[in-house]
Design a protein around this ligand. Structure first.
Ligand SMILES: [Fe+2]
Ligand SMILES: [Fe+2]
Length: 372
């Protein structure tokens, strides 16, 4: 039987204090390993305080890479439903049926432990180790062991310092510090427009404003969330003028399909979905997907995805031959507009000898029986 530590947290971002808490737990209680369990996105809507889970987890992986006995776990961020500590412990109990589980938490979290989901069951599944950051102030009937020492680093302080341009390098593992700097995470974004303007050419910025307005108008007509449509429309091309796109994709673990790997012009969509998380703090999955799929679309797009896809081609600055006609259709029938946009793109690309993305063919097949 081994002793396994589980250290759950938002890790927004992970910092040297977390590493120290885990290191001391491992040492003092003879744990064979400590599993860092990154929490998922909060279930409520767009919250700019919490960075998207995937990006937080990339930082966790970087922070603990190479440290003996530390392991990252993405179980919670991959779940679609919100999960409780008790669910996570049941999951680990299944994987490690013969081992003893230790759950590591901070003293502040322990204060309302009795309000957690099924606290008695949690106590049966694991031993709780409480880290007391201030040293000797935590007493608890729930905690088997209280350990600690002074650690005065907090994630919220790090985020504040980044916004204010203060140095944070001594509070973070080097790889995390570099990652935050490179990807402009936690930067102060006074208004999305002002920041976006610094990232795009003047023409591309004007186009983005046009897509924002058109997406908002379409959202109003079809009963989608207007705010989300505005944000997704505005940010859809945020990565369009970035230079080092492939190295950024590697850094942010962007998944490209075979076609996108061959066609650099398409990369700004999947990359833009990730940079929107970093630079603008977006966590809403629907907004992220609307950015991700705005170039090639996909057969089962959400209403918001369709709106941004169509708005991209029908904003007021677009002047191609069928633009006005499709603009009219867009305001009446969004599916038909998706179909017409794909057909228009395919015909332009064929004329230029550009290959057609398989999703375009799938969308046409899906809709043509209705609209042909
Ligand atoms: Fe685009
Ligand atoms: Fe665009």
């Amino acid at each position: 039987m081994s002793k396994i530590g589980i250290f759950g947290g938002t890790f927004n971002p992970i910092h040297n204090g977390h590493i120290e808490i885990a290191r001391r737990a491992k040492e003092q209680f003879g744990l064979c390993k400590v599993i860092f369990l990154t929490s998922g996105n909060p279930p409520h809507k767009q919250n700019t305080q919490i960075l998207d889970a995937k990006i937080r987890h990339i930082m966790v992986k970087r922070a603990i890479s190479g440290i003996d006995g530390f392991e990252p776990c993405d179980w919670e961020i991959k779940r679609s439903e919100p999960s409780y500590t008790r669910d996570a412990l049941l999951y680990f109990k299944e994987i490690f049926p013969k081992d003893e589980l230790f759950f590591i938490i901070g003293g502040d979290s322990l204060r309302d432990f009795d309000k957690w989901y099924k606290p008695q069951e949690i106590l049966k599944l694991c031993t709780i180790l409480v880290y007391d950051r201030k040293g000797g102030t935590v007493t608890s009937e729930f905690a088997k062991q209280v350990y600690g020492g002074k650690i005065d680093i907090s994630s919220s302080e790090i985020r504040e310092n980044v916004k204010n341009g203060l140095n944070i390098s001594d509070k973070l593992p080097e790889e995390v510090y570099k990652f935050i700097e490179r990807n402009e995470i936690y930067g102060y974004v006074p208004g999305f427009e002002a920041k976006l303007q610094t990232m795009l050419t003047p023409e591309r910025f004007l186009h983005s404003l046009g897509v924002r307005d058109m997406a908002k108008e379409l959202a109003k007509i079809f009963g989608a969330d207007e705010k989300k449509a505005e944000i997704a429309g505005l940010l859809h091309d945020n990565a369009k003028n970035m230079s080092d796109i492939y190295s950024r994709c590697a850094d942010l673990e962007v998944e490209l399909d075979e076609f996108e790997k061959e066609n650099p012009k398409l990369v700004h969509a999947p990359l833009g979905a990730e940079t929107a998380k970093c630079i603008f703090g977006i966590t809403d999955a629907d907004i992220i997907n609307a950015i991700r799929w705005h170039t090639v679309g996909r057969p089962d797009m959400s209403l918001l995805e369709k709106i941004v896809f169509v708005a991209d081609l029908t904003e007021k600055g677009r002047k191609f031959p069928d633009a006005e006609e499709i603009r009219k259709i867009a305001k009446k029938d969004i599916d038909r507009a998706v179909y017409e946009c794909v057909k228009a793109t395919v015909s332009v690309n064929k004329g230029r000898g550009i290959a057609i993305h398989p999703n375009a063919t799938k969308i046409i097949t899906k809709f043509e029986k209705n609209f042909k």
